[in-house]
Design a protein around this ligand. Structure first.
Ligand SMILES: Cc1cc2nc3c(=O)[nH]c(=O)nc-3n(C[C@H](O)[C@H](O)[C@H](O)COP(=O)(O)O)c2cc1C
Length: 248
C-alpha cells in the first residue's frame, strides 16, 4: 500500500487558478515562498534569477496591460515576476577584472531554467499553504516595455510572471498526455508517440468539450497545430540581444 505523501498530493492536485478571494497573503507565507524559491537547485550555483514583487497598483495596472491584457495579473493579491539575471555576475566580473563571456546561447538557457525552477518551487510552496495561482508567460509579450517598467538592467530578461492568492474558483484538472507519451526508455521511442497522441486526442477532446468554463470542441492536437502555426513572440530575440545576450 502506498503511504500518505502530502508533497505528492499537492503537486498532483495541480490546476491553474485565475480567480482569487480578496484575502491578502500574509507576509510570513510570502517570505516562505521566496525562501523555497531559493532552495531550488541552480546550475553551477549561479543563482541566475531575481524575483520582483509587484505591490504598486499603477505598476500592476501597466503590467496587466502589457501581459495581454490579462485581468488576473491586476486582480491577484500577489503578482511576482521571475527574471533571469546575470547582472550580478557582470558586477562581479568587473570587480575581479575578468572577462564576462555571454556570447553563447547556453547562459540564456541557464537563466531561464534557473528562474523556472525557482518559480516552480515557489508555486508548490504557495499551494502547500492553500494558495493557488497561474504562471504568466504574457510577461514576454512586450519584453521591452516590461524591462522599462521594472528597470531591468543589462544581462537580465523577464522569464515569467506568477499570480498567487486564495482560490475563488475550483476548476477540474486538465488531463495530460498519457505517461507513455512523455516517458521513454533507453532513447526516443517514436513508436510510442502516435499511440499516445491517439489516446490523448480522445481524452483531451472530452475534457475541452465538457469543461464548465470556456468549453471548446477542439482536441489538444488541434489546438497545438493552430498555436504553433504562427511565430511565437518574435520580438524576444531582438530584446535578448539588446540585453547583452548575443545568442551566437
Ligand atoms: C511558463 C508558463 C507560462 C504561462 N503563461 C500563461 C499566461 O500568460 N496566461 C494564462 O492564463 N496561463 C498561462 N499559463 C498556464 C498554462 O496555460 C497552464 O498551465 C496549462 O494550460 C495547463 O493547465 P493547468 O495548469 O490548469 O493544468 C502558463 C504556464 C506556464 C508554465
Amino acid at each position: 500500500m502506498e503511504h500518505k505523501n502530502e508533497t505528492k498530493a499537492v503537486i498532483q492536485n495541480h490546476r491553474s487558478i485565475r480567480k482569487f478571494t480578496d484575502d491578502a497573503v500574509p507576509d510570513e507565507i510570502l517570505k516562505n515562498i521566496m525562501t523555497s524559491a531559493q532552495w531550488a537547485p541552480t546550475s553551477h550555483n549561479v543563482q541566475a534569477y531575481t524575483i520582483i514583487s509587484i505591490t504598486d497598483p499603477d505598476l500592476r495596472s501597466s503590467l496587466e496591460e502589457v501581459c495581454g491584457p490579462q485581468w488576473y495579473v491586476g486582480a491577484a493579491p500577489v503578482f511576482l515576476v521571475f527574471v533571469a539575471d546575470f547582472h550580478k555576475h557582470a558586477m562581479i566580473s568587473e570587480e575581479y577584472g575578468t572577462p564576462f563571456e555571454m556570447e553563447e546561447t547556453e547562459n540564456v538557457l541557464v537563466g531561464a531554467v534557473d528562474a523556472a525552477l525557482a518559480a516552480q518551487n515557489a508555486f508548490i510552496t504557495a499551494k502547500s499553504y492553500g494558495l493557488g495561482g497561474v504562471m504568466i508567460g504574457g510577461i514576454r509579450n512586450h519584453p521591452q516595455d516590461v524591462g522599462q517598467l521594472l528597470n531591468l538592467p543589462l544581462w537580465t530578461f523577464p522569464v515569467m510572471g506568477m499570480c498567487l492568492g486564495y482560490p475563488d474558483d475550483h476548476p477540474g484538472q486538465k488531463p495530460r498526455l498519457p505517461l507513455s507519451g512523455i516517458w521513454h526508455e533507453n532513447g526516443y521511442q517514436n513508436e510510442r508517440v502516435q499511440e499516445a497522441l491517439t489516446e490523448y486526442e480522445k481524452t483531451s477532446l472530452t475534457y475541452y468539450q465538457n469543461r464548465s468554463s470556456n468549453p471548446k470542441a477542439q482536441s489538444w492536437s488541434e489546438q497545438m497545430a493552430s498555436y504553433l502555426s504562427q511565430a511565437r513572440r518574435p520580438q524576444l530575440t531582438t530584446y535578448l540581444k539588446n540585453q547583452g545576450f548575443t545568442l551566437k
